[in-house]
Design a protein. Structure first.
Length: 179
């Protein structure tokens, strides 16, 4: 929980610095994440304690040059390496993306159901409901969940709409037991 709070502070700070210099920090960190995810060697160098701080920074600086990362992003990651907080980088990136989506009026979530795919009309209705309720454009991914008997669960940020048969039966059971 403490690391999450720290990541949020770093994310807000780096986004504000990027805004001042008109740099899209979210885009840069997304590029960096893609490169790290594609290279086990780079991930090992950055996140394992086997390498010295200088080795980590040296490798990262070369990667930053090839990705054409701004000084803000480069210096932030170097600072995290120096302070032995590079392990927080994935959380910071996640927070930057969430904050950037919020600023751009987007929100992400998932719809879970038993089928291999969702009825597009139903998905459109859910997105319309969420857009009206939050005045932001939702982006919902569908995930098949075999633990749901029937119906759907929708999770967007801290909101969960559970229209599954399992949930309705549980509510019915609780109403009978409470009488």
């Amino acid at each position: 929980m403490k690391e999450q709070a720290v990541a949020k502070v770093y994310a807000k700070s780096i986004l504000e610095l990027g805004d001042e210099k008109k740099i899209n920090i979210a885009s840069e960190l997304t590029k960096l994440t893609e490169v790290i995810n594609k290279s086990n060697e780079l991930e090992n160098v950055l996140f394992l304690e086997l390498f010295t701080l200088e080795e980590k920074k040296s490798v990262f600086v070369e990667v930053a040059k090839k990705l054409n990362l701004s000084d803000i992003t480069t210096e932030t990651v170097k600072y995290l390496i120096d302070e032995k907080r590079i392990g927080v980088l994935p959380l910071i990136i996640k927070e930057v993306i969430v904050l950037d989506d919020e600023r751009n009026g987007f929100m992400k979530g998932t719809i879970e159901g038993t089928g291999s795919q969702i009825d597009p009309v139903f998905k459109e209705k859910i997105e319309g409901f969420l857009k009206k309720k939050f005045n932001r454009q939702p982006h919902l991914d569908y995930v098949q969940n075999q633990n749901i008997s029937a119906g759907y669960k929708v999770t967007v940020e801290d909101l969960q709409l559970d229209a599954s048969l399992d949930n309705q039966l549980e509510q019915f059971k609780q109403s009978i037991l409470s009488e």
